[in-house]
Structure formats: structure tokens, C-alpha cells
Design a protein around this ligand. Sequence first.
Ligand code: ADP
Ligand code: MG
Length: 249
Amino acid sequence: MSALKLSGIGHAYLGRTVLDAIDLEIAPGEIVALVGPSGCGKSTLAHIAAGIVDPQRGQVARCYARHGMVFQEPRLMPWATAADNIAYPLRLSGARRAERRERMHAAAAKVALARDDLGKFPVELSGGMRQRAAIARALVVEPEFVFFDEPFTALDQALKRRMQDLVIDAAAAQSFAALFITHDLIEAVRIAHRITVLDLNGRGIAGDRALPGIPGAREDRTVFETVQHFLHDDPLFGHINDVDERKVA
Ligand code: ADP
Ligand code: MG
């Protein structure tokens, strides 16, 4: 049984193919990092997998009850407090007020958002705090699957690391499966059980690599050496930085 299974996914925008013949299977509790150069179709694949975009070809099988999503930008409602943003999915599902409060506080605790911050509006929060609220909003439904689309790309290095640890801890505690999109190989190697590489032109999955040990238990040295090995000795990662028009620290 898999949590998510994509079979033969193909998609085109305005007649231009961005994804073709994508097969990807993620097991329950498995964190898969999806890497590939900018513009190769990663976000499109995530949208298709999450059911936001209907693929033109292929099938998506979602074998989980609930999923959450975290994007590069926090996408919080500016007119609502952090607390109300986090609880919003519960409001949609019709949960009662007391239950919403309790679950909102539990989710906020997982991302170390203080009570003080919960009453603030997005504009009053730092970038890191906004992204914490966005993660809490994804976790509040107790998802069995979480889609992360380059969630930490906009954050500075030190903050990025803390946020990665937070995801690693939450995944271990809640044992959700995840598709974690990133073009930061260090991030991929820290967070995931497996890395899968999208072809440069979205023509299928170029290949995947199991990662040693378990997320959260890998030493920095192991992470560093694994990344160096991928970049210098593994042809699968040869094109990874080819067409990245953005600056990556
Ligand atoms: P990635 O997330 O890997 O950077 P995307 O999935 O965002 O890639 O985009 C893949 C390609 O499809 C890019 O060339 C992008 O410009 C194009 N694209 C993405 N969304 C749309 C859209 N809604 N309409 C037309 N073209 C799009
Ligand atoms: Mg993208």
C-alpha cells in the first residue's frame, strides 16, 4: 500500500509539455524529497498530486484521509490573526470552537509559536514566524500526508535549519508521509528518507536514491559527505544546478 501513487502523469500548459510519463510512489510515513532545476515542473507535479490541478494524462491515487500543504510564501490571510489562520482548515471542516482552539494550540506548540504571537496579524510577524504559522496550519488537520513546495527557500540559513528540524520532528511525531520539494540538496538530505530527481525537462523521474539512516539522526558530517558525493560522483545529480535562475545560498 502506498500513501500516494502517481502513474503516467503528463501535463502541458498552452500546448507546451512540462511533465511527461511521471511515475512516483510514496509509502505511508515516507518523506520523499523531490529535486530538479527551477522550471522543470516540480510545483506543477505537487499541484497535480494534491488535486489542485487535473493532469492531462495519467492517474493519481491518494490513499490517505487528510493532507496539508506548505508553500514557499506563507499564504496567510492578512486580515486574520495567526491563531485564526492556523485554525482555518478546522473551520472549513466544521469543527466546534472549543475543539478548534485546542487543536490550534497543539499545532502552534509543534512549531514553537508563542501565545503572544498567536494574537498577531501576519504583518506583525517575522518571515520565520509567518512560515511557522503556515506549517501549523498544515499540521492542524493531523494530516497523513504533507506537500511542501520549497517552503524554506526565502529564509536565511540559520532559520532554515531550525525550520527543517521542526519538520523532521513533526514528521517523526505524527508519522506523516510527505513530498518535500526543494532545490537545496542539503535540505533534501537532512529531511528525507529518499531523494527523487525530476528530469531536466520533466520527462519522467530521472532516478532516485535512498538516504542513509533516518532523518533527524544524521550527523552534519554525513549530510555534507552525502551531498558532496551526489554532486561530484553521481551522474543523477549532474544537471541539478543547470538552469536555476534564482540565487541559491
Ligand atoms: P518548478 O516548480 O520546477 O520551478 P513549475 O511547475 O512551476 O516548475 O513550472 C514548470 C513550467 O511550466 C515553467 O516553465 C513555468 O513557467 C510553466 N508554468 C507553470 N505554471 C503555469 C501556468 N499556470 N500557465 C502556463 N505556464 C505555466
Ligand atoms: Mg516551483
